[in-house]
Design a protein around this ligand. Structure first.
Ligand code: GAL
Length: 447
């Protein structure tokens, strides 16, 4: 595959309230909105299956919500020119307590392939405590079972980043989740980004860190738990930043918003249609972006050195009684032929900012004769004598992404490199976070 999967999934917006009709309407909407060349996988998450396997032990569709069966919906989605994905778990039950694949990996892979599915998301629920400590062999067996099918099935490992799936699944899965679930607040989006940034070395062509599904246009509750407060959906500005980060970090981009809604916000559709941005994922060298540098000024409340760790649980902020502060992140994504994508993100300020980036000093990028374009068409200026790029009027929580392409002359880039994955070490902050994730995951363990 030339880039990570992009598509639409039922879970973030609908959880278990899914039907064949709802999914087909979303698939049709993707086509009608002219998004199908960008987002072509329709994925049915948890709750599609009947509480009982068939007499010959196959998984079967819930007859109320999928009265025509899974092959029928797969055929209909294919007829729209799209691909289709399904969900199971590596344990005995899904996270919603329905039958999952433990003990039936080969049978389930064959059934799903026979129905015509092109993608499989495999969760970690329903394992015993002992199995939960070492899920890798089970994921590997499922990988072998999928490979044995005639159909090409994209394999997504949903291990919530707990048992280092980037190591155990790095070679056989197309992608693996780096964290537990996303929910529709911007600070959760940023937590996932902070946690996943240092995992960039594990991402390679065909095998990607999965930062979870997008929350653009999705509203819901805090932590996705019914009894927690309802939170506002992301703003347009936040949505652009969310999409940009997922794109440059080479994550799968799987939407969740109701695309068939009569009240669909067309501005969001416009944001999601940014082909230039999404195309960065298809760059042949497939390097995920790294956070190149952080520019701070003023009374910022956040120990920046701890950004990859536990303290990202607390959103950092500017302490306004002491004056405004600046907290700007510059991300770089190396592209083929010495080109570079540069994201400027006004993360911590409450004010609109002009952000100046020196290509030589800040990015260690020295190239003559650059063509500079901004994928979001924002205002910017480029001084080709001083090699400085200025993004104008970047809104708080806003960002923009430049593509710098050398047209001729000498070019070199010595910025943050794609470090060797073997040198990756778990730091103490990450360990604390992992323990926390582990604690949260206890609720999914089969006792
Ligand atoms: C979680 C998973 C979610 C969703 C849910 C379904 O474990 O992270 O993305 O698939 O299970 O129950």
């Amino acid at each position: 595959m030339a880039h990570p999967v992009r598509g639409w999934n039922t879970w973030n917006n609908y959880q278990c309230n899914i039907t064949e009709d709802l999914i087909l309407r979303q698939a049709q909407a993707i086509v009608d909105l002219n998004l199908s060349h960008l987002y072509n996988y329709i994925v049915i998450d948890d709750c599609w299956m009947s509480p009982e396997r068939s007499l010959s032990n196959e998984l079967q569709a819930d007859s109320n919500s999928f009265p025509n069966g899974m092959k029928s919906i797969a055929d209909k989605v294919h007829d729209l020119g799209l691909k289709i994905g399904l969900y199971t778990s590596i344990g005995e039950t899904t996270c919603e307590g329905l039958p999952a694949s433990h003990g039936y990996y080969y049978l389930d892979a064959a059934t799903i392939s026979g129905w015509g599915f092109d993608f499989l998301k495999v969760d970690t629920c329903g394992l015993t405590r002992e199995q939960m400590f070492n899920p890798a062999p089970f994921y590997e067996q499922m990988g072998v079972a999928l490979k044995a099918q005639e159909r090409d099935i994209v394999y997504n490992v949903c291990n919530w980043g707990i048992w280092e799936p980037w190591i155990f699944a790095g070679d056989f899965a197309a992608s693996w989740r780096t964290t537990t679930d996303i929910f529709p607040t911007f600070w959760r989006v940023l937590q996932i980004v902070d946690y996943s940034e240092s995992l960039a070395p594990f991402s390679k062509p065909g095998h990607y860190n999965d930062l979870d599904m997008l929350e653009v246009g999705v509203s819901g509750t805090l932590f996705n738990w019914e009894w927690t407060p309802k939170i506002r959906p992301l703003t347009h500005v936040e949505s652009k930043t969310h999409l940009s980060l997922w794109a440059i970090m080479n994550s799968p981009i799987v939407l969740g918003l109701n695309l068939a809604s009569p009240d669909l916000d067309l501005k969001l559709v416009e944001i999601l249609s940014n082909e230039k941005l999404l195309n960065l994922q298809a760059d042949p060298i497939q390097r995920p972006a790294r956070r190149q540098l952080v520019k701070t000024e003023g009374p910022l409340i956040a120990p920046t050195s701890l950004f990859t760790g536990f303290l990202t649980m607390l959103p950092h902020f500017c302490f306004s009684p002491l004056g405004d502060c600046t907290y700007v992140e510059i991300w770089t994504k190396q592209l083929s032929h010495d080109a570079l994508a540069v994201m400027v993100f006004n993360r911590g300020s409450s004010k609109i900012r002009d952000v100046k980036v020196s290509l030589k000093e800040d990015l260690h990028y020295s190239c003559e004769n650059l063509i500079v374009e901004d994928v979001w068409n924002s205002d910017f200026s480029y001084d080709d004598e001083l090699y400085t790029l200025t993004a104008s009027k970047v809104a708080p929580q806003g960002s923009t992404v430049f593509i710098l392409t050398p047209s001729s002359g000498i070019c070199s880039y010595n910025g943050i490199q794609h470090i060797d994955a073997n040198n990756f070490k778990i730091d103490s902050n990450r360990l604390v976070l992992l323990l926390l994730l582990w604690f949260i995951s206890l609720r999914f363990i089969k006792s």
